[in-house]
Design a protein around this ligand. Structure first.
Ligand SMILES: [Mn+2]
Length: 343
């Protein structure tokens, strides 16, 4: 199913992401949906997004000035892995009492916790293998979560391919917690796990951070690879007259040439993600986030891979597509920038 270039006809309701189907010969940018949220600690629903965002993406106009063309036929999303859907359902059922216990794991919860941790490791292993195979054929790969634990295997696969890469991490949260609530691969632990699994990671630049523990603050301040742009500092600089463009130049200067973008939608102000699971006041505007991402490419760096996580549809009112609309636009922009980076 192709979007028509000549008529303003929307894609069929069952068409793929942005109206296109995955085609191994023509899809240069491949999106993998990871419907995963066992470790979500507050509002749920992000595992629905890989399925729900696809029809919402049909609303977009696909012209992008950076691509200088209608960008869509080069993107394809793989069918959702039915085993991951099944594993997520099993794990979410077992996780609920653990989350409710606030991480105080009684003996009768230990086996369920071990099961969830094993499933997280299975997902990471399988995703890493799948992404590695796609990178081997020259594809650019983006992950659509799911919670912020879902892209872990993909980040590891990208590091194997691009060992000098740095990570640009947009988020309200530092995600430097150690096994939050007992989950080794918690959505709140992904950056902690990353810097420990890859001590040679050259740079982790986190932007928009405004909800973090003292331990996370100490880790961020003391780790030689981490640079954190706290939301309160960004706001103060803005109030004192520093331009966002100037801040973006500084952030880009902190990054190596190869940049992996990990974008938690709650890094944005909640007006752009009203149903995300762990909202925090403050955050980037949509325009600031887009300018930052475009600045990475304009500064001569390459976005070599990405993930978009923690987008949550309005489950109580499915006709309200705002969260998905914003998510689809962010995903499209990330696909465009990764595609432009590839040339
Ligand atoms: Mn977050």
């Amino acid at each position: 199913m192709k979007q028509s270039s000549f008529f303003d006809v929307p894609p069929a309701p069952d068409a793929g992401l942005f109206g296109y189907e995955y085609d191994p010969d023509h899809s240069l940018v491949v999106v993998i949906g990871v419907p995963w949220e066992p470790t979500v600690s507050y509002g749920r629903g992000t595992s629905q997004t890989p399925r729900a965002l696809v029809p919402a993406s049909h609303q977009l106009d696909l012209f992008d000035p950076l691509v200088n063309g209608s960008f869509g036929a080069c993107v394809g999303m793989l069918p959702l892995n039915p085993n991951w859907l099944e594993l997520n359902d099993q794990c979410c059922g077992k996780a609920a009492p653990i989350v409710a216990a606030g991480g105080v794991i009684s003996d009768d919860l230990q086996s369920d916790l071990a099961f969830i941790n094993a499933c997280s490791e299975q997902l990471n292993r399988e995703l890493k293998a799948e992404v590695t195979a796609l990178l081997d054929t020259g594809k650019v790969v983006g992950i659509l979560g799911g919670d912020h634990s879902s892209p872990y295997g993909s980040i590891l696969a990208h590091f194997d391919r691009y060992p000098r890469m740095g990570v640009l991490h947009i988020d309200a949260h530092a995600d430097l917690r150690v096994a939050y609530e007992g989950f080794l691969h918690s959505h709140a632990s992904i950056m902690y796990n990353l810097i420990h699994e890859i001590p040679e990671l050259s740079r982790l630049v986190s932007v928009g951070i405004r909800d973090y523990s003292e331990d996370e603050f100490r880790i961020a301040e003391n780790h030689p690879s981490i640079r954190t742009y706290y939301d309160r500092d960004l706001k103060r600089q803005s109030y004192r007259g520093r331009t966002w463009d100037d801040v973006c130049r500084e952030i880009c200067d902190q990054l190596p040439t190869d940049v992996y973008v990990s974008f938690d939608v709650d890094g944005l102000n909640q007006q752009y993600c009203p149903h995300t699971g762990t909202p925090v006041p403050g955050g980037l505007s949509y325009g600031e986030a887009i300018h930052l991402l475009e600045s990475v490419v304009h500064s001569g760096k390459r976005i070599i891979g990405f993930d978009l996580v923690e987008v949550v549809p309005n489950l109580s009112c499915p006709t309200d597509e705002w969260d998905l609309n914003v998510g689809a636009r962010l995903l499209h922009k990330l696909c465009c920038l990764a595609y432009v980076s590839r040339r």
